[in-house]
Design a protein around this ligand. Structure first.
Ligand SMILES: C[S@@+](CC[C@H](N)C(=O)[O-])C[C@H]1O[C@@H](n2cnc3c(N)ncnc32)[C@H](O)[C@@H]1O
Length: 223
């Protein structure tokens, strides 16, 4: 089971609405005609896009409320399904996949457990692509980067309509959560890029690991 404090603080869909981040980068790397698993899919905004390019997409998230919303939002997309599941117990997820994708979720997770599940759930030749927060994301400059990026994409009016939820990013409640995340990922060595690289190479040797905006990515093929 994931740490309790992380599960309690669902982000109320803020991320999915504003941090539509690096979509093209990932879409270019997904196998067309493949079956894809998205770990920590939230409301499935990325998955709805990906479903246009691949055979099927399955999104999982530990927060039931988010999965219910995702199902409702994307009910008209036939090759897209959503399930409540814990990423730390991927064995319980049905199927095997040509690619596993995850964005801004792995910092919540115990990678010893998740890496085992990924190896089990990926077909041979299957591809893992994960994007997660680095140092810059956690700083105030990261919040501005995301606000600017989202405003460019969504426009000022849409951003204003999201204001009540965006304010959540600046509440003491969130910062309590963020601080505990930062402390943990610093201790685990996945805060600075070079540490992030070393951390993921332990689990996925020979992966391509790089930076994209305020995040790091891992791109690995199961041999
Ligand atoms: C920051 S949001 C990212 C959502 C989405 N991937 C995106 O990029 O817009 C992180 C998501 O990870 C989910 N999550 C956290 N711990 C999880 C776990 N153990 N198993 C599955 N999902 C989890 C949260 O509920 C949340 O929806």
């Amino acid at each position: 089971m994931a740490d309790k404090h992380l599960v309690r603080i669902a982000d109320w869909g803020v991320t999915e609405q504003t941090v539509i981040f690096a979509d093209d980068f990932v879409l270019d790397r997904l196998p067309s005609n493949g079956d894809i698993l998205d770990i920590g899919c939230g409301r499935g905004m990325f998955d709805a896009k990906a479903a246009r390019y691949v055979r099927s997409v399955k999104g999982i998230d530990i927060v039931e409320e988010e999965i219910n919303i995702a199902r409702q939002l994307h009910r008209h997309i036939p090759n897209l399904t959503f399930f409540v599941a814990d990423a730390e117990n991927l064995t319980a997820v049905e199927g095997q996949f040509d690619a596993i994708f995850s964005r801004f979720c792995f910092h919540h997770l115990n990678m010893d457990k998740v890496a085992l599940g990924i190896r089990e759930k990926l077909k041979t030749g299957g591809r893992l692509i994960t994007i997660d927060c680095l140092e810059d994301y956690w700083k105030l400059s990261g919040s501005f980067f995301i606000l600017l990026d989202a405003t460019k994409r969504l426009g000022v009016l849409k951003m204003l309509s999201l204001l009540p939820r965006l304010l959540f990013f600046f509440t003491p409640k969130r910062f309590q959560h963020v601080k505990s995340d930062i402390a943990r990922i610093k201790a685990e060595g996945r805060y600075h890029f070079l540490d992030f690289k070393e951390f993921y190479l332990k689990y996925f040797p020979e992966a391509e690991i790089g930076m994209i905006g305020c995040a790091g990515y891992v791109d690995w093929i199961k041999q």
